[in-house]
Write a protein that binds this ligand. Structure first.
Ligand SMILES: [Zn+2]
Length: 158
């Protein structure tokens, strides 16, 4: 059970976070480890994984309107998720990295296999199969996973 007074950093999953002012009435936090600011209330509505799942539905042939209806978002919101994915925005990378973590930890896949599958997922969702896009996403995932590994160590030494 997550302690709401001390939330996890959505980027690196570190728990060394401090309150850092408010944004439009929402509590903002700052992660000591990766230095990112985050606001929980915005993330709770459609968690990263749920946005990723909805993009997968879209990629598998459901219409944008059907997907939007299914998750109570507007079609415009679903389109924004897709363009975020194509731009390789942080939340999308984070959702993919969680998938890699899950495959490695829960299904005992090797990191390389899990990364390869996840990159395929990226290509499927974004329809980007360019060498540049693929190498960028792989690189970003490796960096984020490494950051999380270091953050786990950091939290453990507290
Ligand atoms: Zn962090």
């Amino acid at each position: 059970m997550a302690d709401m007074n001390k939330p996890e950093c959505p980027s690196c999953l570190g728990t060394s976070v401090v309150r850092n002012g408010k944004v439009r009435g929402h509590q903002r936090y700052k992660c000591h480890f990766c230095q990112k600011n985050f606001v929980l209330e915005f993330e709770h509505r459609w968690p990263n994984e749920s946005r990723l799942l909805n993009l997968l539905l879209l990629a598998s042939g459901e219409s944008r309107d059907e997907v939007a209806k299914g998750c109570r978002a507007t079609p415009e919101t679903v389109s924004r998720w897709l363009s975020d994915a194509k731009d390789q925005k942080d939340w999308f990378i984070e959702a993919l990295a969680n998938g890699v973590n899950y495959a490695v930890v829960e299904k005992s896949e090797s990191l390389e296999d899990a990364l390869e599958d996840t990159v395929k997922l990226y290509c499927l969702v974004t329809e980007d199969t360019s060498e540049l896009g693929v190498s960028r996403i792989a690189q970003k995932l490796r960096e984020l996973l490494e950051l999380r590994r270091q953050s786990a160590k950091f939290d453990g030494s507290q």
